[in-house]
Design a protein around this ligand. Structure first.
Ligand code: C2E
Ligand code: CA
Ligand code: CA
Length: 522
């Protein structure tokens, strides 16, 4: 990727990381505030509904009581019964006897009260009188609920008389068949009622208010409404924002800083790699490769090391990924081949049976430059092509169409090819079958698991079976114990490397090991 693009993408990622958490905090503040305010409105509506239900219950019970005694009249006994009922129910103001549309007598005494027509009659035979001036000109007109010839009078405001923490809350009770509020405190809009539909409750914002409507479970045609001014919601959002935004901002800035720092480190590591290549700061160590049957050293894997000018030794696990990402890897690989030529060229010419393993990265397989560089090496050193063993990880075979001609060209020269770190990547039998390879290197992680309880311990068996199917010779990596070596030997693995046989070392030491092996065999 060109450096300008990388830089642009990094800045974009940092900007997104910086903006993301504050944006999330804002959304969260809105959500929390809405839920808080909706919860409050719901509580108010439930309180009102509870009182309304209780009023209805006491009213209907009173009517039933009076009717059951057969005293629905104005006799002295009936009026005594009325007073008794009135006294025992907390929500009822009075109970009386209706004759036509006139209250003939009531528990409150006084002259008959003409009512006129009821303002609403429910499907269950309850007539509603919105304004009943029981005491002529009295301060609080009452509400009348009548069935047959009994009327119960209740206080208009009592069910709505709840305490609210937020000022300006509207409260109302509605008979849903009537589509008009039976009792209301504060501004309400009948259009809200359409939003309830068949639901038991609903909450929405309308007309500058957060409105909640709750249907009674006891009297399903009754519902209560509570509407909180949106102002209260906005205040709550502001409070939640004040609480959440600092954390969001801090998180965003920390994430952006981390991205920029990482990118800067990567960029400066890439720059140092470039310097390091120019100043010759790289060298190779060689890890012996042994024949498991004889124990003889028959080759070595070239492993790259970087000695920084500070003296610090950097491992390939750190700098190879940076070289791959910054497009420097082909130059790094070219350097490895230079170093192999310098360290081992002469030895390879004299010992045709010796192998040098060379690690290639995926990008090395995207052009035939690597083939030409290997040709140069073979020509200059007069080494046998089969002395070179290129190691390609499963990642390298991901772009199969690009890799295939390079692999074919190398094998056509007699160079040997191994699939490296086998089992750790994306290998599938189907694509491996289409490639002609020589060796399979079983990754250290599977060798480690041999003889342990690790869940991967079974995998090594499958890998060995796969190698046999594909007719690949096996090399085991990271062998550290005799037990592992015995196991591998018993399962037909021919070659191995690992600390049991030798750590990565200067080439002169490997050459000595190989010479010793030959001497003892002779
Ligand atoms: P790899 O190809 O799997 O190399 C084997 C790694 O395992 C080496 O680490 C080696 O030192 C380590 N090792 C060998 N035997 C043992 C053992 O018995 N026990 C333990 N614990 N470790 C063992 P190293 O040298 O740090 O290399 C790490 C990786 O870096 C290599 O893994 C390879 O993928 C990459 N690498 C190294 N040199 C080059 C290079 O020149 N070019 C490219 N493209 N990649 C390289
Ligand atoms: Ca390797
Ligand atoms: Ca490995």
């Amino acid at each position: 990727m060109p450096r300008r693009t990388t830089f642009g993408l990094t800045l974009l990622a940092a900007a997104l990381a910086a903006g993301g958490p504050p944006w999330l905090a804002l959304q969260e503040a809105r959500r929390q505030a809405y839920e808080g305010e909706a919860g409050l409105a719901m509580n108010y509506a439930r309180d009102v509904l509870h009182r309304s239900d209780e009023t209805s219950r006491q009213a209907l019970e009173a009517i039933a009581l009076l009717e059951r005694t057969g005293l629905a009249s104005c006799t002295a006994a009936a009026r005594a019964r009325m007073r008794e009922i009135d006294l025992t129910s907390s929500y009822i103001q009075a109970i009386g006897h209706l004759s036509g549309d006139t209250i003939e007598c009531s528990s409150q005494g006084g002259p008959p009260v003409p009512l006129g027509d009821p303002s609403f009659r429910s499907s269950r035979g309850i007539a509603l009188y919105d304004v009943v001036p029981l005491v002529e000109g009295g301060p609080n007109p009452l509400l009348g609920l009548a069935r047959d010839d009994v009327i119960v009078l209740v206080h208009r405001d009592l069910p709505l008389d709840i305490w609210t923490a937020v000022p300006g809350v509207s409260l109302a009770i509605v008979h849903l068949e009537r589509h008009r509020f039976t009792m209301a405190r504060g501004p309400v809009d009948p259009a809200w009622l359409d939003r309830l539909g068949n639901r038991n409750d609903t909450t929405f914002i309308a007309g500058g208010r957060l409105v909640t409507i709750v249907r009674s479970q006891r009297y399903v045609t009754m519902a209560a409404v509570a509407a909180v001014p949106v102002r209260a919601l906005q205040e709550r959002i502001r409070a939640a924002t004040r609480r959440l935004i600092p954390a969001g901002l801090f998180g965003g800035l920390a994430a952006a800083a981390a991205i920029l720092l990482l990118a800067r480190q990567q960029m400066s590591m890439a720059a140092s790699l470039r310097h390091g290549l120019r100043r010759g700061e790289f060298f190779l160590l060689y890890q012996p490769l042994v024949d498991l049957r004889s124990g003889a050293c028959i080759g070595a894997e070239a492993l790259l090391r970087w000695r920084r000018p500070t003296g610090e030794l950097v491992g390939p696990d750190l700098f190879i990924p940076v070289a791959e990402q910054s497009g420097l890897i082909t130059r790094v690989t070219a350097r490895v081949l230079d170093l192999v030529e310098r360290d081992a060229g002469e030895f390879l010419a004299r010992h045709p049976g010796f192998h040098i393993g060379i690690n290639l990265s995926p990008a090395d397989l995207h052009s035939d430059a690597i083939v030409r560089r290997i040709d140069v090496l073979l020509e200059r050193t007069r080494a046998r092509p089969a002395s070179l063993l290129v190691e390609i990880t499963e990642r390298g075979f991901l772009h199969l169409d690009a890799a295939r001609p390079v692999v074919a060209a190398l094998r056509a020269r007699g160079v040997e090819v191994a699939i490296d770190d086998f089992g750790t990547g994306y290998s599938s039998l189907s694509y491996l079958e289409t490639l002609d390879l020589d060796f399979l290197k079983i990754d250290r992680s599977f060798i480690e698991a041999i003889g342990t309880g690790a869940p991967t311990r079974q995998v090594v068996g499958h890998i060995m079976a796969m190698a046999r199917t594909l007719d690949l010779k096996m090399i085991a990596e990271g062998v550290e114990s005799e037990a592992q070596a015995d196991f591998l030997r018993a399962h037909g693995v021919l070659f191995a490397q690992g600390w049991l046989f030798g750590r990565p070392m200067p080439f002169a030491d490997v050459a000595r090991m190989a010479a010793d092996a030959r001497a003892s065999a002779a």
